[in-house]
Design a protein around this ligand. Structure first.
Ligand code: ADP
Ligand code: MG
Ligand code: MG
Length: 918
C-alpha cells in the first residue's frame, strides 16, 4: 500500500463518519450554552452559559449525555476517541490555571459532577477534590501554606471516592456509614467533638485509617494515579444514572431513562480554605412563597455538600452582609445578573475562596406551587417575561396548592405550640409521627396520615416523604435535602428546628417539656415554621373561601394571583373545560372553578340514596317487563328531581348524561342478612332472591352485561331515564327563571353502529313524546362514548348515528392494554422498577397506544360528520400531559373532576401556547 493510498482511506473514513464531539469546554473558551441541555445536561449547559457571559466560573469541561448512552449500549465502555479528548481537555484547564493535574508542586484538583437534562438534586453522585494523592497533598499544603486545609481536602476526597467509586458503604440499614464510624471513633478517642477541631496530624491519621478501611473492604488500595481516579469517578457518575434513587426519582417526575446524564469535570475552588472562605446556596427569590427577597444560606470554612447535607445548620444569607460585606455585594450583583439573563428565579451555588467569589451552578429554581404562581405573575409585571412565558412557567398542577386546605385559624389559636423551625414548604400538615421513611409508608398504607420527623433526611427517604403529609427535621437549613424535596413535591415542611430533639433509639421527639412518641399526633405549619403537639383542624383555602363568598377578594393576595392566572389561561386556550359531576353541589363547585359544562354525569350514582336502592334492586330482580316497569316508575321521580337540580346548577350550560352503565350485580347486596331483608321488603321468597342473584352472576362483569347492552336488553330502562331527562328539562325551561337546558344523552360502551341505532330509536321516541306533551322544544344531542377499541376503529360508521363522541379513556385504556385498573397491584411495582411504563397508564394517557386509537376515531368520525362534537371524560382529562394530547388531537373539550378544573384551564392554555410555537 502506498503512502498516499493510506492517507486517502483515512480521509475517506473521516468524511463519511464525521468525528462526534463528546467533550465541551467552559472557561476561557466555551463550546456550549444554555440551550444545549439535552447534550450537556442542565448543569453543564448553564456552566457554559455563565462562563460565556463573564460570570466567575472555575474552568472545566462537560462529557456529553451521548457518552452516557454509549456507555450503557456498549457494556459500560467509552467511545475510543474519548480518552485522548479528555486528556487534552484537562491540559486546557491546566494551562488556564497554571496548575498540573497530578503535579507535585501546584496540583490541579477537579470535581467530577453528574448533571442530567432536568436536575435531579442529590440523586446522582458527585466527587470533589479529585487529583489528591500522597504526593499532591504535600504540594497543596505547601502552596496554600495551609497543611490542615490540604489534609482536610484529602480525607474528604478519600471518603467520597471510597463510597461512590469503590462502594465502601453501609452493608445494611442498621449499619452505620463505615467512614463515619472511623471518624467518630477517632474523634472520641481524641475527645474532640467538632470536625473543625481536628488538627493536621489528626487528619493525617484519619487518612491512614480511611485507606486501611478501603483496602480491607475492597481488597484493593485507594488509587494514587490521578488519571485512574478520574476515570473511576466518571464511570461512577454514569453508573449512578441507574441507581435506585435515580430510578425512583425519574418515575416520580416522568423523566425517561434514555436521557442519561452528562459528566462535568471542573477545577476545584475551596470554601474550606480558611475563615475568609465559605460555600453556600442561594435563590434569587424565596422558593417557598415566591416573595422577591434574597434567600439562601452559607457556611464559613466549609465545602460542597456541607450546606446541603444538613449536618451543620447554616447561616441565613442576610448574615453574610455582616460577615463578608464585599462578597455579599458581589453576590447581590450576581443575583440580579442571573435573573435578568436567565429570566427566571435562579437557584445557584457559590463558593468564596479567600474572599473571591465563584459561581458553581445555576438553574431555574424548584419552587412550591404557590411560589411558581407568584413568581410568574410578578416577573410578568416586572417585564422579565411575557404573559405567554409566565403561563408556561407555572406547572399546571401548581394551581392545586392555591386550593388545598389550610389550618383553621380558630383551632390554630387553641393549639399547643411546642417549637419552631424554618418555614420551608408552606401549608399545614397534621399527622402521626413517623421516625423513618419505612414507617411513614406502612402507616400511610394503613390509611393514617403521617408527618415524617427526622434529624435530617437523605435521598433514600424520598419514598417515605412521598407518603407523608409533611416533613419535620431538627437539623439542616432551607436548602437542605428535606426542604428541597418538600418544595418539589409540594409537601409541607419545617426544617432545622433546633429546639426539637429526635431520639431514634428511644423513639421520642422532645421539644421543651413535651415528649412525643412515634404514632402521636403532631402538626406543623410550613408557612410560619411553628410546630404543635396534637391535631389541628383544616379549613378551605382562601381562594375557595373567596369563590364561595366567605371572604372578600381584596383581602386575599392568593386569590388575586389565582384570578390573574385563570384570566390569562382563558384568553389563550381553545379547549373547553367541562366537569364530571353527578350532583348539583359538585356542579356548583365546578362552575365556581370555571367549568363550562358537564361532560359526564353518571346516573348510577343516583340509585344508591335512601329508598332508591330498593326500587333499583326490585327492578333488577324483576322477572318480567311488567315488574320491571313498575319499579322503574318509582325511580322516575327521583331521577327527574336530580336532573332538575343539575340543570339549574349548570344554568344553561351543556350537560352530558350517560345512561346506566355498570354491571347490575354492583347494585345487589353481598351478604345474606341484607338479602333476607330485601326479600322481605319486596315480598318475595329468600330463595327467589338468591336464584336471581345467581342467574345474574358473570365471570367477568367488566366485559359482560353492562353499558348499552343493558338498555338493549331492557329498553324500559333507557325509556325511563330519557323520560326523566326530558321531563326535567321541560320543567326547568318552563320554570319562572326560564333557564336554558342543553341535555346531551350519552350511550355507553358502544362498539357497533347498530347498538347506538337501537338506543337512539328509544331516546328520540320518548323525547318527542315528552316535548309534545309539555309543548316545549328542547334542543338535545345524542352521542356515544368511545371506550371500546372497536368503536374507535369503526368510528366512521358510528359517527353516522352520533352527534358527539366522548372518549371514555378509563375503559378504553383497560381494553386496549388488556389490563384491569383494579388488578394491576401484583405486577405494577415491577413494571415501574423496570421502567416498562413511564407513567401509570390510568393516570396519564398512553399516547403512543391508546392515543393512536383516539386519533383514528377523531379522523374517521369527523370525516363522516364534520360537525361531530368531541370530548374526553376519562380521568385523564385532569392530567396536564394528557390535556396537551387532547389539544393536539383536536378535541373540543376535556371533562375532569371539579377540583381539577382550574388545573385543566391552565393546562389547556399551555397546550395551545406550546403547540402553536414553531
Ligand atoms: P448536585 O447536582 O447533587 O448538586 P453538584 O455537582 O452540584 O451536585 O456538587 C455538589 C456540591 O459540590 C456543589 O454544591 C458545590 O458546592 C461542590 N462543588 C462541585 N464542584 C465544585 C468545584 N469545582 N469547586 C468547589 N466546589 C464544588
Ligand atoms: Mg448542585
Ligand atoms: Mg366506561
Amino acid at each position: 500500500m502506498t503512502r498516499s493510498s493510506v492517507k486517502k482511506t483515512t480521509k475517506k473514513t473521516k468524511a463519511s463518519t464525521p468525528k462526534k464531539q463528546y467533550v465541551y469546554a467552559f472557561g476561557k473558551k466555551t463550546d456550549g450554552n444554555t440551550t444545549m441541555r439535552e447534550l450537556l445536561g442542565g448543569k453543564g449547559a448553564n456552566l457554559a452559559e455563565m462562563a460565556s457571559i463573564g460570570l466567575p466560573v472555575p474552568p472545566g469541561f462537560t462529557v456529553s449525555t451521548e457518552v452516557c448512552g454509549y456507555y450503557y449500549d456498549n457494556d459500560q465502555s467509552y467511545p475510543s476517541s474519548l480518552l485522548a479528548t479528555v486528556k487534552s481537555a484537562v491540559v486546557d484547564i491546566e494551562n488556564q490555571l497554571g496548575k498540573q493535574f497530578g503535579g507535585h508542586s501546584n496540583p490541579l484538583l477537579v470535581s467530577v459532577r453528574s448533571g442530567a437534562r432536568d436536575s435531579m438534586p442529590g440523586m446522582m453522585d458527585t466527587i470533589l477534590n479529585l487529583g489528591l494523592n500522597d504526593k499532591t497533598v504535600d504540594g497543596l499544603a505547601e502552596i496554600s501554606k495551609n497543611p490542615r486545609f490540604a489534609w482536610d481536602c484529602y480525607r474528604r476526597f478519600i471518603q467520597m471516592y471510597g463510597d461512590v467509586v469503590m462502594g465502601v458503604q453501609a452493608k445494611n440499614d442498621s449499619e452505620e456509614d463505615p467512614f463515619h464510624a472511623v471518624l467518630e471513633k477517632l474523634k472520641s478517642s481524641l475527645r474532640i467533638e467538632l470536625d473543625a477541631d481536628l488538627s493536621t496530624e489528626n487528619l493525617k491519621e484519619l487518612v491512614k485509617r480511611y485507606k486501611a478501611l478501603i483496602t480491607k473492604r475492597t481488597k484493593s488500595a485507594f488509587p494514587q494515579d490521578v488519571m485512574e481516579q478520574l476515570w473511576g469517578a466518571v464511570g461512577a457518575v454514569f453508573g449512578s444514572w441507574k441507581n435506585d434513587r435515580a430510578i425512583l426519582y425519574r418515575q416520580q417526575y416522568g423523566i425517561p431513562a434514555e436521557w442519561g446524564t452528562a459528566v462535568n469535570i471542573q477545577a476545584m475552588v475551596f470554601g474550606n480554605a480558611g475563615n475568609d472562605s465559605a460555600t453556600g446556596v442561594a435563590f434569587t427569590r424565596d422558593p417557598a412563597t415566591g416573595e422577591k427577597v434574597f434567600y439562601g444560606e452559607y457556611l464559613i470554612n466549609a465545602q460542597g455538600e456541607d450546606v446541603v447535607a444538613g449536618v451543620r445548620t447554616p447561616n441565613a444569607i442576610a448574615n453574610l452582609e455582616k460577615e463578608m460585606p464585599k462578597s455579599f455585594k458581589d453576590l447581590e450583583k450576581v443575583r440580579s445578573r442571573l435573573e435578568k439573563h436567565f429570566k427566571d428565579m435562579q437557584d445557584f451555588e457559590f463558593t468564596i475562596e479567600n474572599g473571591r467569589l465563584f459561581i458553581l451552578q445555576t438553574r431555574n429554581g424548584k419552587r412550591t406551587g404557590l411560589a411558581a404562581v407568584r413568581i410568574a405573575v410578578e416577573m410578568q409585571k416586572e417585564r422579565l417575561m411575557s404573559q405567554e412565558t409566565a403561563l408556561l412557567k407555572i406547572p399546571a398542577e401548581s394551581i392545586d396548592s392555591l386550593l388545598v386546605p389550610v389550618f383553621d385559624p380558630k383551632s390554630l389559636k387553641a393549639a399547643h405550640k411546642i417549637g419552631q423551625g424554618l418555614p420551608a414548604g408552606p401549608g399545614g400538615a397534621t399527622g402521626r409521627i413517623a421516625f423513618t421513611a419505612a414507617k411513614a409508608e406502612i402507616e400511610t398504607r394503613r390509611g393514617n396520615k403521617v408527618v415524617l420527623c427526622r434529624t435530617e433526611t437523605s435521598p433514600d427517604d424520598l419514598k417515605g416523604m412521598l407518603h407523608s403529609q409533611g416533613i419535620l427535621t431538627s437539623r439542616g437549613g432551607v436548602s437542605s435535602h428535606a426542604a428541597l424535596v418538600a418544595r418539589q413535591l409540594g409537601k409541607v415542611c419545617v426544617c432545622g428546628a433546633g429546639d426539637v430533639v429526635i431520639n431514634y433509639e428511644k423513639g421520642t421527639l422532645t421539644a421543651g417539656k413535651t415528649v412525643l412518641k412515634e404514632g402521636d399526633y403532631i402538626s406543623i405549619d410550613g408557612s410560619t415554621g411553628l410546630i404543635y403537639a396534637g391535631m389541628i383542624e383544616s379549613t378551605d383555602s382562601e381562594v375557595k373561601r373567596v369563590l364561595e363568598g366567605g371572604m372578600k377578594p381584596a383581602n386575599s393576595y392568593t386569590y388575586e394571583l389565582f384570578q390573574i392566572v385563570m384570566k390569562w389561561a382563558d384568553k389563550h386556550r381553545t379547549l373547553k373545560i367541562r366537569t364530571n359531576a353527578d350532583t348539583p353541589a359538585m356542579a356548583a363547585q365546578a362552575v365556581a372553578f370555571g367549568a363550562e359544562g358537564i361532560g359526564l354525569c353518571r346516573t348510577e350514582h343516583m340509585f344508591f340514596d335512601g329508598d332508591r336502592i330498593d326500587y333499583m334492586r326490585q327492578m333488577i330482580l324483576a322477572v318480567d317487563e311488567v315488574q320491571r316497569r313498575s319499579a322503574l316508575r318509582k325511580l322516575l321521580p327521583f331521577q327527574k328531581k336530580d336532573f332538575v337540580g343539575l340543570f339549574k346548577a349548570m344554568n344553561g350550560r351543556p350537560v352530558t348524561i350517560r345512561l346506566l352503565d355498570p354491571p347490575l350485580h354492583e347494585f345487589l347486596p353481598q351478604d345474606d342478612a341484607v338479602r333476607r331483608q330485601l326479600a322481605e321488603k319486596l315480598g318475595v321468597p329468600f330463595d327467589y332472591v338468591i336464584d336471581r342473584i345467581k342467574a345474574l352472576h358473570e365471570e367477568n362483569p367488566m366485559l359482560g352485561c353492562r353499558g348499552c347492552r343493558l338498555g338493549i336488553l331492557y329498553p324500559e330502562i333507557t325509556e325511563m331515564q330519557t323520560r326523566a331527562i326530558f321531563e326535567a328539562a321541560a320543567q326547568v325551561l318552563k320554570g319562572k327563571k326560564g333557564i336554558k337546558v342543553k341535555p346531551e344523552i350519552m350511550i355507553p360502551l358502544v362498539g357497533f353502529r347498530e347498538e347506538l341505532a337501537d338506543q337512539l330509536k328509544t331516546v328520540h321516541r320518548v323525547a318527542k313524546e315528552v316535548m309534545a306533551n309539555r309543548k316545549v322544544r328542547i334542543e338535545y344531542l345524542v352521542g356515544t362514548m368511545i371506550e371500546v377499541p372497536r368503536a374507535a376503529i369503526t368510528a366512521d360508521e358510528i359517527a353516522q348515528e352520533a352527534d358527539f363522541f366522548s372518549f371514555g379513556t378509563n375503559d378504553l385504556t383497560q381494553m386496549t392494554l388488556g389490563l384491569s385498573r383494579d388488578d394491576m397491584g401484583l405486577f405494577y411495582d415491577e413494571y415501574q422498577r423496570k421502567e416498562i411504563y413511564n407513567k401509570n397508564p390510568f393516570a396519564s394517557l398512553d399516547q403512543t397506544g391508546v392515543g393512536k386509537l383516539i386519533d383514528l376515531a377523531v379522523d374517521k368520525g369527523r370525516r363522516t360528520k364534520p360537525t361531530l362534537k368531541l370530548g374526553i371524560c376519562g380521568e385523564h382529562a385532569g392530567d396536564p400531559s394528557s390535556i396537551d394530547f387532547c389539544h393536539r388531537a383536536g378535541l373540543d373539550y376535556v371533562s375532569c373532576s371539579p377540583p381539577r378544573v382550574p388545573i385543566a384551564r391552565l393546562a389547556a392554555a399551555q397546550a395551545k401556547l406550546r403547540n402553536s410555537k414553531t
